[in-house]
Design a protein. Sequence first.
Length: 327
Amino acid sequence: MCDGSRRNRGQSPVIGNILTVAIVVILASVIGVAVLGFSESLNDSPPAASIETEIGTGDITLLHKAGKSLDPTNVEIVVVGPNATVRYPMENFKGDPTSAFTAGTTFSLPHGVSSGKVDVRVVHEPTESIISRGQRRIVDGIISLAAFDDKVPTNDYTGGQNNYPDASSTTVTDGGRTVKLTGSQWKYLVYSYDVTPETVLTFEFKSTAEGDIHGIGLEDDYDSGQDENRIVRLYGTQNWGISVSKETTEPYYQQSDGWRRYTIPLGELYETNNRLGQADSLVFVMDCDPSDDVASGTDDDRCKSQNADGDPTATSFFRNVELYDAD
């Protein structure tokens, strides 16, 4: 009995060692797989693509600006609204779902939020990484420009800037979403807004005839005179106002552009120029002086767009104007 007990005790360390080694090997294998898998996920990187996410009052628009093409079946759009989170495969977006998302192309989809904060994330599913993100708060939506219609009394901004009433006209279309300014005129629309560093102004612009200044901005006293630290100049020959191409990442307008959408960080510009705070009007500038009283930036200091009678003929179109504070 004693011998048998000693034999049993003598075998226990050997068996224990074998079991211990086996367990260690198994654990090492499991840990190795886990660590290897984690390492692989760390080494996986998202495609090198520059995607711009723009959130409108009703739609999300993704613009592929540069870099690698994306397979829509590998990309998911996560929309976080005030009441729900919705995940959209990119192939559900408008356009050809079978085609790659390449530089210069866009995808768009309604976000379904009428009021509140919208957070959009573009996720590359194979690497589970966010390749673009955008946020904004939906408040007032598209600003109605109906008050500018020629059939309704229009508002002249500052004295001495509307000297050609017979050659100038203001026309509103699309139910108040689009305004066309022709000739030479500065107009304001009563619109109260508290400008913060996060305030963003978005709109679409077009011109078919270049004038001295084509601009837009917010004013805190429309009778106090012109304030070049408030008007963003998009187009024109005269060096006046905040140049959109010098002070923002947006390009200076070219007539061949047709309709071009602009997203202006107005709050940042106004913070630099000490113009934050309450504004009382939205200002549109279509300046085209056919005389040489003011330097127009041309060889003869006259507006380049005028007819044989010396009447100004420059044009500015604005549509889908929105103001909001980005979060």
